[in-house]
Structures are given as C-alpha cells and as structure tokens.
Design a protein around this ligand. Structure first.
Ligand code: MG
Ligand code: MG
Ligand code: MG
Length: 305
C-alpha cells in the first residue's frame, strides 16, 4: 500500500510542493509514496503549479491505518483528526517542536531554516538524487514564498543557497521577479469571501489550554484591505465563535514596507497587548518589521498564555 505524504491543514505552497518533492525523492529511493493534501489550494499555490505544469495532489483528510510522512508541520492541531491511527514514518519540518508523538522510531529531518523545501533540497543532495527541471521550479517558488523573497527573518543562508541552485536547475534567471509575480497573485483578495481570507493561511495553536488561531495575508500593498476591515472583523468573530477559540488574530503583512497590521478578536486582549508591548486601537496595531508568524508572533503569544 502506498505511503501518503502531506502537509498541514489549510495548506500553503510549502506544504503542497513539499508533498510533491518529498514524494518524488522517496519514490526514487525505492519507496512507494503518494503526495496528498488536507485542503484546498490557495491562489498562489495554483499559480506555482500551473507555471511549471504540475497537477494538485489528491485531497485526502483521513489516514487511519495508513503509513505517512508529514511535511511542514508537527502540531496535532494542524493534523488530520485520525492521525493517532496512522503510522508516522517520518517528519520533515522547519517549525518548533510540536505535540505529536509516535509509538515507533521515525525518520526526522527538522532544521531551523526558512522553508521545508530547503530541507528536501538538502535531502536530494544527501542521497545524490537529481532534481528534474520542473520540480526544481516549484521547490524554488516554495522557498521564495515561505521566506517572502528572502525578506523574512526566518530566511537563512541555506535557503538562499538552495533557492539559487534550484533556480539554476529550473533555468529561471530572474527568480526574484517570479517571486514578485507570485506575491502579486497572492495580493488579489477581492474575489474571496472575508471568511476565506481569514482562513487562507490560518494555523491553530494550543496555548496552555487556550485555542489560538492566527491567520496571515501577505500582500504587496495594504490599501487592498481599506474598506473591508469591518467585514474582516466580523469574519474573525465568526471563526472564533464557531471554533470555540479564545483568540483569533489576523496579520496583514506588507511585504514592501516590511511590517504587519495586527487585527485582534480575543477574550484575552491584555495578553495580546503584553505579548507585543502594544496598545490596541479599535482592536488593531501596526507591528513594524514583523513578517513571520512563526518567529515573531507565536513565541511571544506562548509566553503570555
Ligand atoms: Mg507552511
Ligand atoms: Mg513552511
Ligand atoms: Mg508562510
């Protein structure tokens, strides 16, 4: 039976491309694996797959009795509901140590780099497996996406090195221009409902018993959100109520100005204010230089909760 490889719920480009790239590598190494996804593709990921001629991995949300590799996550809150009934063969990730456990030994490639596909690139190099041109293209795009074209504080020298090598294999000379094209696609927020926007790149965390959901929208110009703030707040309130969350945050990240507008709907307002040393004005605050949920948001929230 085929082994399934998938990324987190509400998958981003790294999760989708990582499933495809890791599956290709594993198959070259003699395992029988299939890439899958836990949710719908976002517009950026669709653009990337189209650009290099890939189909979306198959949608699959239950894994009881299956053998699996996880890529780009290791949190229970971002896993399929029946993850405990699956056998986790391995985890390839670049996040903090999560709360999943296993009952047998597993393969782990976890490194503090900016993108899971940087780690997959290093695995290709480690095993001496050649990366096909088009696969290199989508892996390069995943790195550009996760590192916000190298601007995110999560970006390391290993990410830029991997990205440049992949660009060369893919035959893409101006990879930063392609990155900007990706983020322009990502900035189109007009033909989605406000709830879709809140959930487009959304992660739940269990913080000391409190369920905290954090969404992020990375755009090239924050004025696209003018006139839709009230509706975004209503959508956040709905997501908070329906998911019985303590807190829902939405980061509107301006990748050119390099900072984020934080929107807050929370039962723990004072904890949020303390976490970032801010005073919320109508449940909003500008966080200069903040681009990374993983590095600049989650650790400070965890301390307060
Ligand atoms: Mg991800
Ligand atoms: Mg990632
Ligand atoms: Mg991201």
């Amino acid at each position: 039976m085929s082994i399934y490889i998938f990324g987190h719920t509400t998958p981003d480009s790294d999760s989708i491309v990582g499933a495809i790239s890791l599956s290709y590598l594993k198959n070259q190494l003699g395992e029988d694996t299939t890439p899958t996804r836990q949710g719908e593709l976002n517009p950026e990921t669709k653009f990337i797959l189209n650009r290099f001629g890939f189909k979306a991995p198959e949608l699959k949300t239950t894994y009881a009795g299956e053998r699996v590799y996880l890529i780009d996550f290791m949190e229970r809150s971002q896993s399929p509901k029946d993850i405990d009934e699956a056998t986790i063969l391995g985890i390839i990730d670049h996040h903090k140590l999560g709360d999943l456990t296993t009952d047998s030994p597993l393969e782990m490639w976890v490194r503090p780099v900016g993108c899971s596909n940087t780690i997959v690139k290093q695995m290709f190099d480690y095993y001496g497996v050649e990366i096909p041109k088009d696969l290199a293209g989508i892996m390069m795009c995943a790195i550009l996406s996760d590192t916000v074209i190298f601007k995110s504080p999560t970006c390391t020298k290993e990410d830029t090195k991997a990205c440049k090598e992949l660009a060369q294999i893919a035959g893409v000379e101006d990879y930063k221009a392609l990155g900007m094209e990706m983020f322009t696609v990502k900035s189109n927020v007009l033909n989605a409902t406000k709830e879709e926007l809140v959930l487009r790149d959304f992660k739940d965390f269990n913080m000391g018993g409190a369920k905290v959901g954090v969404g992020q929208l990375e755009v090239v110009d924050l004025t696209v959100f003018d006139n839709m703030k009230d509706e975004l707040f209503s959508a956040m309130q709905k997501v908070k109520d329906e998911g019985e969350r303590d807190t829902v945050l939405l980061l509107l990240t301006d990748i050119i100005k390099e900072g984020s507008q934080l929107l807050v709907v929370s039962d723990s307002i004072s904890k949020i204010e303390r976490a970032f040393n801010i005073n919320l004005d109508r449940n909003e605050a500008w966080l200069p230089k903040v681009m990374s949920r993983k590095k600049q948001i989650i650790p400070f929230l965890e301390k307060q909760f």
